[in-house]
Design a protein. Structure first.
Length: 88
């Protein structure tokens, strides 16, 4: 997202979250959700996710057993956070 100054669950190439997970050899059968956010303060990002019904539901989903977390500085938002959830 930083490299292309792009912010969306759909990749700039049209890929879905599941497509990108599969490219990294994680089974899409296990994919269980994605949260993204723009901003430079990780604590603020988590607080905003917890106040958002959909993002909080992803975090609190009892079916999730694995997470992947990414953060990169730069771009319009000053930084981008991604949190992916897996059920396997």
């Amino acid at each position: 997202m930083v490299d292309y100054n792009y912010f969306n669950h759909t990749g700039i190439d049209g890929s879905s979250s599941e497509d990108r997970i599969e490219r990294e050899k994680y089974s899409t059968d296990c994919f269980n959700g994605e949260n993204i956010a723009g901003g430079t303060d990780p604590e603020d990002t988590v607080n905003r996710w917890l106040k958002s019904e959909g993002h909080c539901a992803n975090i609190m989903n009892p079916d999730s057993k694995a997470i992947g977390i990414g953060y990169a500085e730069g771009g319009t938002y000053g930084g981008y956070s991604t949190l992916n959830f897996g059920a396997c």
